[in-house]
Unconditional design. Sequence first.
Length: 435
Amino acid sequence: MGMIQALRGTRDILPEEVAYWQWMEAIARDRLNRAAFREIRTPIFEQTDLFERGIGEATDVVGKEMYTFVDRGDRSITLRPENTAGVVRAYIEHSLFAQGGVQRLWYCGPMFRYERPQAGRQRQFHQLGAEVFGSRDPRADAEVIAVAIDLLQTLGLKTLRLSVNSVGTLSDRQHYRSALVDYFTQYQDELDADSRDRLARNPLRILDSKDERTQTISQAAPSILDYLADDSKHHFEQVQQYLNDLGIVHTIDPRLVRGLDYYTHTAFEVISDDLGAQSTVCGGGRYDGLVAQLGGQDTAAVGWAMGLERLMILLQGLHSTPATDLDFYLVSKGDRAEPQALKLAHQLRQLGFSVELDLSGSAFGKQLKRADRSGAIACLVLGDAEADQQQVNLKWLKTGTQESIAQSDIPTLADSWRQEVGRQGGRVKAEDEAR
Ligand code: ATP
Ligand code: MG
């Protein structure tokens, strides 16, 4: 029988890498909290209909990338390829608008798209996203962009580029759309097959074709910015002004578009030059038409989604593995020592320390070597001789100092140990900082 392996386009995230993920997630949670975003967790599968209506049938995602299946109750189900549609569904279903004012929500979790796997492109991947409901104010656009940039900078990513554009309103785009069709029709035979296909269905998407020849042709295509009505122009100018006020460097890219009817005004992307072909880390924009499109009341909305695998590629190039956060490594050998060690580990955990109990049963020497490699701040050693006297040996691994301690003194000593562990960079300190 062959070995069963993870499916193509999926990956195991092993404990060492999880340390990065947790670090990134903690920073994300903190930065989003600071901006008054609240987390929402929606199911990873939904009715297929939600995505067909919520993402649009003319998109690649719905047209070719969805994991759709019929369940045992004969319903068409889809693993979520993104989460804006799910969040909007929840917003409507639970009448979050009834809470009044502006709702700021964020999510984080796995998404599924049937794509050709390559660096930065998987079939199960993770997105962190933020959505703001209930404000047409261009400050909302600037605020969500600022939160994304602040988060990326806090993670240490300083060389990213922000592109912004406006796709105007549906009526702005109707004029633009026909100008685009006229323009691209002249070059019909030179376009890539996908783009030829889009000419009739979704001509705006030709502008983000990855085909080189098509890109060259797109260079001279009409610019959406020339088709914006005064209100749309004004909105876009205000967004840019606010970004400038916030000191957020950006460039205007008139070819940055979203092809669907419910997208309005702002579209933006954060791009890294260190990611090769899969260079977009974060994409977002305003979608004032989507809530109504999915059956809710007319509600303005703006948001973004970040691809966490791409972020992770960048972070691993920048930071070394976050240190393990082990305070004590507990070594024991002997019939009487081993049961005591189990209790001692439990007691120390209740006092707030992280403790790894060596369960190998190996000789002392081997266990002590493992203690050295564990990254723990201190090692506790318990043999039968110590056990008989209710004692334990403590060795501070970084300084080498050792002492023999009565086990009954541990509750009294815990405070000074916490300070010492904290001074030496252990977990206890990290907890204090978090408070
Ligand atoms: P791309 O042009 O790279 O296919 P997209 O326009 O399909 O991106 P969005 O739907 O806007 O991407 O999703 C937001 C972000 O999610 C992307 O910028 C990217 O970082 C990430 N992402 C999208 N698809 C994948 C995938 N298959 N694997 C890993 N990350 C992805
Ligand atoms: Mg894609």
